[in-house]
Design a protein around this ligand. Structure first.
Ligand code: MCA
Ligand code: AMP
Length: 501
């Protein structure tokens, strides 16, 4: 059995042990005008951890608020796996996640109205504001046992090509490993102040964007929602790092010509980091030209956490995701999925496979899917296709599955949307593809054979239908009506034939 997990957040442990010590007064989290120091975080999260310590798994209603950050920290202190829920999830998606992960209780901010899918769960309010009196609260609360490094910390739902999303079980070991590897690559310390406006139910915003600063003993300022004005304000008031998805950097690039204050603020940042999808070279160049600063990219996945990054002390080359992080083994394989590509020639394409302590444990309740995701000798098949430059820089050139769409940095399975569309009475047949979009990277396109060709469902109707069943970011942005879907002799839909002139 592996040993008990050391503290994931040493600065928090110090504040717990010595509430009057200087470390206790250091800022930890800020959301708008609400903030907590490490001492206040300890005072708030410790009693909550004690309260949930006996739970099996806990769901967290992951609004972009202080409450979500406190709830996840409490779950980690208690060694109880947390399932962050997208508060905009529709009924069918939420129903699936709740029945699959079977949480025993849900943590939510006081006053939040929860949907019917969560009605059967015991609700515990995340009471942050009463904790400011740290002399009373939390003091002397016994810390529950956080478990071992292999104890599941988070279960994060991620879409595949078919079927509903799968829950990736992420152990404490993977979180600690990936955050320390990024600290090495980015020279990330407790002096850094991060700003971002990412959602808190995925790896990027939650693990990198909240748990990352806390592991370093630094702080994060969350914008509530992404806005270039908020980025400019925080970077000009002491924030040192910015994390975002390419859509956010695209919006920054669009705004820069008319916003000298934004350019000045970005120029001051120590590190601008993009991830979750490829940042187009055009946006890289526009930002570099306006600010003199280069955005660096890192590459990861829900199942693997972070695999590669351009290093803070390395050459920031646009269009690449840098080099493998410390501790991560990375190889490219030929089409058979097992023969390694040896070339470092910037030309030979192979599938990226990774191995290392940054990886997830399994897909919850899906042993076959877990087995299929790994080779016999333990390499995880990412499905991303790449080449390697002579100096080891990795360039992602595409992905194996055409049925996976990356829109706004969210991974979306075409099959999931097709199933939802087929539940609409106005739809007889449906196929979903992604097409290039300057803002979102890719936009979702639905190809529909209407049940009644005389009155086909409108794009708004279908978008609302998908948004209310799955999630708003999964809604189709474009709908084409067809008389029939193109099929091959086997009856399989030929998505490549779905083009619009
Ligand atoms: C629009 N809305 C609707 C509808 N239409 N709501 C219900 N029904 C409808 N029919 C709402 C949306 O919910 C949203 O609300 C608002 O209208 C605007 O919608 P949209 O245009 O879709 O959103 P956006 O504001 O343009 O979003 C762009 C974004 C977002 C901010 C970049 O896509 C985003 O936050 N992306 C981050 C994705 C991410 O974190 N990925 C990490 C996973 P409202 O304005 O209230 O929100 S990848 C990962 O973790 C790996 C490990 C990695 O490598 O990082
Ligand atoms: P997710 O499963 O939502 O965690 O998304 C993971 C996927 O995002 C990866 O398999 C890649 O396809 C993509 N991705 C993440 N970071 C980058 C990046 N910097 N450049 C290109 N693709 C990326």
């Amino acid at each position: 059995m592996s040993p008990l997990s050391p503290a994931l957040f040493p600065a928090l442990a110090e504040a717990q042990a010595d509430p009057d010590g200087p470390g206790s007064h250091r800022p930890a989290l800020r959301f708008g005008d609400r903030s907590v120091t490490y001492g206040e975080l300890a005072a708030t999260a410790s009693p909550l951890a004690a309260r949930v310590a006996e739970a099996g798994r806990i769901a967290v209603w992951a609004t972009p608020t202080l409450e979500t950050a406190v709830a996840v920290v409490a779950a980690l202190l208690a060694g109880v796996p947390a399932v962050p829920l997208n508060p905009k999830s529709g009924e069918s998606e939420l129903g699936h996640i709740v029945s699959d992960s079977a949480p025993t209780l849900v943590l939510a901010a006081p006053g939040t109205q929860l949907p019917p899918a969560l009605a059967a769960l015991e609700r515990v309010d995340i009471d942050v504001d009463v904790a400011v009196d740290i002399n009373v609260r939390g003091r002397g609360t016994a810390s529950p046992d956080p478990g071992t490094l292999e104890t599941p910390a988070l279960i994060v739902y991620t879409s595949g090509t078919t079927g509903p999303p799968k829950g990736a079980v992420i152990p404490r070991r993977a979180i600690a490993t990936t955050l320390d590897a990024l600290a090495d690559a980015w020279q990330w310390t407790g002096d850094d102040v991060l700003v971002h406006g990412l959602p808190l139910f995925h790896v990027h915003g939650l693990i990198l964007g909240i748990l990352g600063p806390l592991r370093r003993g630094g702080s994060v300022r969350h914008l509530g929602r992404f806005e270039t004005a908020g980025v400019a304000r925080e970077l000009s008031e002491g924030a040192t790092m910015l994390f975002g998805v390419p859509t956010m950097y695209h919006r920054i690039a669009e705004t820069l010509p008319d916003d000298p204050a934004l350019a000045k603020a970005l120029a001051r940042a120590r590190l601008l980091v993009s991830g979750s999808a490829a940042l187009p070279v055009h946006d890289h160049e526009r930002i570099a030209q306006a600010t003199g600063r280069r955005v660096i990219e890192r590459y990861g996945m829900t199942e693997t956490l972070m695999n590669t990054s351009v290093r803070a002390d390395g050459e920031p080359r646009a269009g690449t995701v840098g080099v493998p992080l410390p501790g991560v083994e990375l190889r490219l394989t030929e089409e058979d999925g097992t023969t390694a590509v040896e070339a470092y020639d910037g030309e030979t394409v192979g599938e990226i496979q990774v191995r290392g302590p940054n990886l997830f444990t399994e897909y919850l309740n899906r042993p076959e899917a877990t087995a299929a995701a790994f080779t016999e000798d333990g390499w995880f098949r990412t499905g991303d296709m790449a080449v390697r430059d002579p100096d080891g820089y990795v360039r992602i050139v595409g992905r194996k599955a055409t049925d996976l769409i990356k829109s706004g940095g969210y991974k979306i399975g075409a099959g999931e949307i097709e199933n939802a569309l087929l539940e609409h009475p106005g739809v007889r047949e449906a196929a979903v593809t992604g097409e290039p979009d300057a803002d979102l990277g890719e936009r979702i396109v639905a190809w529909i054979v209407p049940a009644d060709p005389q009155s086909p469902p409108t794009v708004e109707e279908l978008a609302d239908h998908v948004a209310s069943r799955l999630a708003p970011h999964k809604r189709p942005r474009v709908v084409h009506h067809l008389d029939a879907l193109p099929r091959n002799d086997m009856g399989k839909i030929m998505k490549r034939a779905l083009t619009h002139d």
